[in-house]
Design a binder for this molecule. Structure first.
Ligand code: DX5
Ligand code: ZN
Length: 220
């Protein structure tokens, strides 16, 4: 069976105090820390890379769930492996030819491979990567256009989650974008078990309450 993983998106944190923000989220009950790596090319925003992951790793043992919004994910495998990343989720839109090699290398560096898809990408695109002999272990269904926090959840993406859950009962299915108390029910009932949430957690007066509410939804 699948277990809930609540993953605050550190994109909504105070990057100048990343270690204390991370440990604050873990104290609040977070399972994973979601790290948004953007290259200013695949998406129109630029965030962090391996050096910041390496620095954060010195302050926490937590699972660092890295979401690579980059055009050349293969270039990031070795540096992120060395830096101490836990999960490495690349976008299917940029891995058309080399996904088998990419998955292979991610695993050889001790990380867990995942594949993400943008709202405009059909769910069928990820099937070969899940059905492969050397498969990805998570599918991230984007529920906003990647690039920025604080956008509105796209409920029509739940069709992708439902069909994926039906086909793969024990697969980790992650949703990312606009998740919070008002949208978690739609995502959880569709079958998502890994929940990324940035603004709804960091902006809450009681982040721990939001995290536990989302965990309860996934369990129900
Ligand atoms: C968007 C990122 C998300 C983002 C989510 O490109 O992939 O992880 O930080 O933020 P919220 O939860 O505010 O939509
Ligand atoms: Zn993300």
């Amino acid at each position: 069976g699948v277990t809930p993983k609540i993953a605050p998106s550190m994109l909504s944190s105070d990057f100048a105090n990343l270690a204390s923000e991370a440990n604050r989220m873990l104290d609040f009950g977070a399972d994973w820390l979601h790290m948004d790596i953007m290259d200013g090319h695949f998406v129109p925003n630029l965030t962090i890379g391996a050096p910041v992951i390496e620095s954060l790793r010195k302050h926490t043992k937590a699972y660092l769930d890295c979401h690579l919004m980059v055009t050349n994910p293969i270039d990031y495998v070795e540096p992120l492996g060395k830096a101490g990343a836990s999960g490495f989720t690349f976008h299917v839109e940029v891995s058309k030819e080399n996904w088998q090699e990419l998955i292979q290398r991610i695993k050889s560096k001790g990380m867990r491979p995942g594949v993400a898809l943008k709202p405009g990408t059909a769910i069928e695109e990820v099937y070969p990567l899940v059905d492969s002999e050397n498969p990805v272990e998570m599918v991230l269904v984007m529920t906003v256009e990647p690039g920025f926090g604080g956008q509105k959840f796209m409920p029509e993406m739940m069709d992708k989650v439902r069909v994926l859950r039906k086909m793969y009962p024990s697969l980790d299915i992650e949703v990312d974008g606009g998740l919070g108390p008002s949208t978690i029910e739609m995502a959880a009932s569709a079958g998502a078990n890994c929940i990324v949430a940035g603004s709804s957690v960091f902006g809450a007066p009681e982040p721990a309450a939001v995290i536990s509410l989302m965990r309860k939804s996934v369990l129900e």
